[in-house]
Design a binder for this molecule. Structure first.
Ligand code: GLN
Length: 256
């Protein structure tokens, strides 16, 4: 029985995973192949080719970071502060899941998503469709058109934030099967966070917001980084989602 096979291989949610695989497979040969991959350790979402995120089915190609349930917190707050015609930038976009959900909820936004990994960029193209979505390959702000400077209302960045020391503690699904560039945040996990925050006020409109996800332990440092970068930080946590986000707001008017 598939469920037992999955359980024996260490899948905690064997029953749910078995029924998902059974409904996704078109033939018994395909089902066998999927189960064997799962038993070998491939993440369920990479086998299926999609992940559910905020009620949307997001395409997740092999190697691409799988959107986490906890990131719903960031998306929910970004949507609540966005308006229908907001300019939204999604840095470190991975599959493009965050921007895709925001675009579905606020139909007229102008979305610009960036990732450094060409595999992620090609995946994001599949999830971000329509005339108001643009996907770029490059390092953080570097590929964005300069016309976006001082114009971004909502800047979201689920940056890699795992400290070097903690990489070995990640489950194998993440450590082996997701791009390490999507996880490694350097010594204290905040290398990319610092770079995103430092340049945020060049791109945000006055009063615009930067949203990042972080770990509880990193909060004091992130708050400091935001403040040093000219952003007023606000921390939001959600115990159910086990999520922490920091929202940084650019002042409405800068003193001369
Ligand atoms: N392992 C972290 C998580 O599951 C990685 C998130 C990240 O680095 N963006 O949320």
């Amino acid at each position: 029985m598939i469920e037992n096979k999955l359980r024996a291989a260490g899948c905690v949610f064997a029953e749910d995973e078995a029924s998902i695989l059974i409904s996704a497979a078109r033939t018994t040969a395909e089902l066998d192949d999927m189960v064997n991959k799962r038993v070998a350790g491939f993440p369920l979402e990479h086998i299926l080719g999609w992940a559910e995120f905020c009620g949307l089915r997001i395409t997740v190609d092999a190697g691409v970071f799988i959107p986490r349930r906890r990131t719903e917190l960031l998306v929910r707050h970004a949507i609540s502060l966005a308006q229908s015609e907001s300019v939204v930038v999604d840095l470190c976009c991975g599959s493009g899941a965050l921007g895709a959900v925001i675009a579905v909820n606020l139909e007229w936004i102008e979305l610009h998503a960036v990732d450094i990994d060409p595999v992620a960029v090609s995946c994001a193209h599949k999830n971000i469709t329509g005339t108001n979505g643009h996907v770029y390959e490059g390092d953080l702000y570097e590929p964005l058109p300069s016309t976006l400077r001082n114009r971004v209302d909502i800047l979201i960045a689920n940056v890699p934030y795992v400290p070097t020391e903690s990489i070995k503690l990640l489950p194998p699904e993440a450590r082996i099967y997701e791009a390490s560039v999507a996880l490694h945040g350097g010594k204290d996990g905040l290398d990319v966070m610092r770079r995103v925050a430092t340049d945020a006020t060049l791109w945000l409109v006055p009063g615009g917001h930067l949203f990042v996800e972080t770990s509880e332990r990193q909060v004091p440092l992130v708050v400091e980084i935001f403040a040093l970068s000219g952003l007023t930080p606000q921390v939001v946590t959600d115990e159910v989602l086990e999520a922490t986000i920091v929202i940084g707001t650019r002042a409405l008017s800068q003193l001369p």
